[in-house]
Design a protein around this ligand. Structure first.
Ligand code: M6R
Length: 610
């Protein structure tokens, strides 16, 4: 979380820093700030809340410096107030920080004992005083930074300005930081997206690196303070276009993009001649070289992993473990060498998933990253990378990235089922054929948005709690539907395997509790339908999503049940197609409640702290 932008230039930098922060708002939006160096003095502007507030402050009280740093915050230590906003300045230096300083309490105590006075509740302020302490003892900015870095524990990326010095220092450990190389100006940023309007020439700092930037030069050092060079990579900036294209919200735009990005993601992994799944060039070990696939992810990406487990077991007959990244690393899982670990992440930056990847790699696992950002930390750390082709996803709620993950995982399962000989090429062709229809079917579903808007208004927006149930791959989809609803509308929602209801959750049922039942007409349909009737019998209101064959079997129609009739699905296409109604129900519930759809409270798009 948190986004950093820094610029050293021969021209004014403030507005470009603020514009860069707007592009990084997906990393947090609790507060924002900018500081520039003018005639050797640091001036700072900060505000609580979204970047628009900072823009107003800067418009009213402009900054004119040619060297500056900016920050967008997702609060970890200290409330999201103006006083805790970054940059944090003390008259000698100014710092922006992404990450967590784990030994901040100890540093604060030591520095307070030496006479330093703290003014915020942030962990970041301990870095400010630590570097200041070294300056006070005669160190140059470069020496002070290096000494301080050796005393900090935790994961962080920082940018630092010093009074009286025309330079900008940056450092990374655990959190990403890139240098942008411009014409007579240099940039520092959390990622390529923030710097895209300014330069396409980027240098990714490695773990422990730090850098001194001037307007026309840079010098990188490693953790031992030895000068080091890192390659310049060219990143096409047209991959980073951000616009709502006439939609009310990024989320709605991204929901509507699914037919095209799903089609693209699918064609990327199909052999153009045979039309069979092809992951050639992936350097993926042959299936007989490993025993188990461990899939690790967070949030919505974790639900994609849960869906994939059904497919990999059912189609390819492989052994599959699925873990939440935040549990995986600390659980000390038994990792057999030669096993495969698959890490799924839209951003490729999620701290827990990245840490899990590094842990698995250190334990001899072949690590594959399934990510949506080719330049992400996970893509650079992994042994092999599979890219989804969803394009930039701005809405905090993952929509198109999730369905792109699903389509790639479906084809990966088919590819592995050919390797294990669990499926014949003819059988795989039938599945692929069904998948190729998904973009068109999604397009049809998206013509019915009004239905979901009405149900959200009449049945969901006033509810205090909502349950989602499903069986098989529709169980993780129930979890996903509940996550989408709660993160956007702040209504409490839970997903359950339909068969588990009677082991406890059914006690929650009363006439005020809507239950959303995911019931495609598959081999589990009759059982799921029985569960729907069980909750109906106890007074719940049921929204049942099924297909035309399923709908014909529902005889008990009354004013406590709404049946939404979707298109017929297969085991592979059902999660993909049921994702859209779940997204739309969550979107319209939030819209009618008036919550912030693209930037829900307390959240950030990219979760770069543990
Ligand atoms: O970038 P990642 O896929 O690693 O992100 C994982 C989760 O933080 C993310 O899916 C989160 O749960 C979404 N906000 C859900 O919509």
């Amino acid at each position: 979380m948190c986004g950093i932008i820094g610029i050293t230039s021969t021209k004014p930098v403030t507005q470009r820093i603020v514009d860069g922060l707007k592009r990084l708002e997906y990393r947090g939006y609790d507060s924002a700030g900018v500081a520039t160096l003018e005639s050797g003095h640091i001036n700072t502007r900060r505000s609580a809340g979204k970047i628009a507030n900072l823009q107003s402050v800067v418009d009213a009280h402009p900054l004119h410096g040619h060297i500056g740093i900016g920050h967008i915050r997702w609060a970890t230590h200290g409330a999201p107030t103006e006083n805790n906003a970054h940059p944090i300045s003390n008259g000698k230096l100014s710092i922006v920080h992404n990450g967590i300083i784990e030994n901040f309490a100890q540093l604060r105590e030591q520095l307070t004992a030496k006479g330093h006075v703290f003014h915020s509740q942030t962990d970041t302020e301990s870095i400010v005083h630590l570097i200041t302490d070294h300056l006070d003892h005669g160190s140059s900015p470069k020496e002070a930074l290096h000494k301080a870095l050796n005393q900090l524990e935790g994961a962080f990326a920082i940018g630092v300005l010093f009074e009286g010095h025309d330079l900008l220092l940056g450092a990374r450990r655990g959190s990403p930081l890139v240098i942008g190389v411009g014409e007579e100006e240099m940039f520092l940023g959390s990622d390529a997206l923030g710097l895209a309007p300014y330069t396409d020439r980027l240098i990714y700092l490695e773990e422990g690196d730090w850098v001194i930037l001037k307007s026309n030069s840079y010098q990188i050092y490693d953790h031992n303070a030895a000068p080091i060079t890192r390659p310049i990579v060219h990143i096409p900036t047209d991959n980073f276009q951000i616009a709502k294209d006439g939609f009310a919200h990024f989320m709605l735009k991204e929901i509507h993009e699914q037919p095209s990005v799903i089609g693209q993601s699918l064609s990327n992994v199909l052999d153009p001649c045979s039309r069979l799944p092809s992951f050639e060039g992936l350097n993926f070990p042959q299936v007989n070289a490993f025993d188990t696939i461990n899939i690790v992810a967070c949030g919505t990406s974790h639900y994609a992993a849960m869906v994939a487990k059904y497919w990999l077991e059912g189609l390819a007959h492989l052994r599959v473990n699925v873990d939440m990244a935040s549990e995986f690393r600390y659980r000390k899982p038994t990792l057999i060498s030669n096993d495969i670990c698959l890490f799924i992440s839209q951003s490729g930056e999620t701290a827990d998933t990245l840490a899990a990847l590094k842990h698995a790699k250190a334990h001899g696992q072949f690590c594959i990253a399934l990510v949506n950002v080719a330049t992400s930390s996970m893509a650079r750390e992994a042994d092999a990378v599979i890219l989804t082709d969803a394009g930039v996803e701005v809405g905090v709620a993952s929509t198109k990235a999730f369905t792109c993950q699903l389509i790639v995982l479906a084809t990966l399962s088919l590819a592995l089922s050919l390797q294990t000989k669990a499926s014949s090429p003819e059988q795989v062709t039938v599945h692929v054929e069904a998948l190729t229809h998904v973009p068109t079917l999604m397009g049809q579903l998206l013509t019915q948005t009004e239905t979901y808007s009405q149900i959200a208004r009449k049945w969901l927006m006033g509810a205090k709690d909502i349950l989602y149930i499903g069986r098989g791959t529709l169980f993780p989809m129930a979890l996903e539907g509940a996550l989408k609803l709660k993160e956007l509308s702040y209504i409490h929602a839970e997903g359950f395997p339909a068969g588990e209801l009677k082991h406890g959750p059914i006690a929650l049922i009363d006439q005020d509790l809507p239950v959303i039942v995911l019931a495609p007409h598959d081999h589990l349909f009759d059982k799921t339908l029985s569960n729907a009737f069980e909750v109906l019998a106890r007074g719940a209101r049921v929204i049942l999503l099924t297909d035309t064959i399923g709908a014909k079997k529902i005889t008990q129609i009354n004013d406590h049940i709404i049946v939404i009739t979707l298109i017929e699905t297969t085991d592979l296409t059902a999660p993909l197609l049921y994702a859209l109604p779940l997204q739309l129900l969550a979107y319209y519930t939030a819209l009618h409640k008036g919550t912030d759809v693209d930037q829900p409270r307390n959240l950030a798009k990219s979760v770069t702290v543990e």
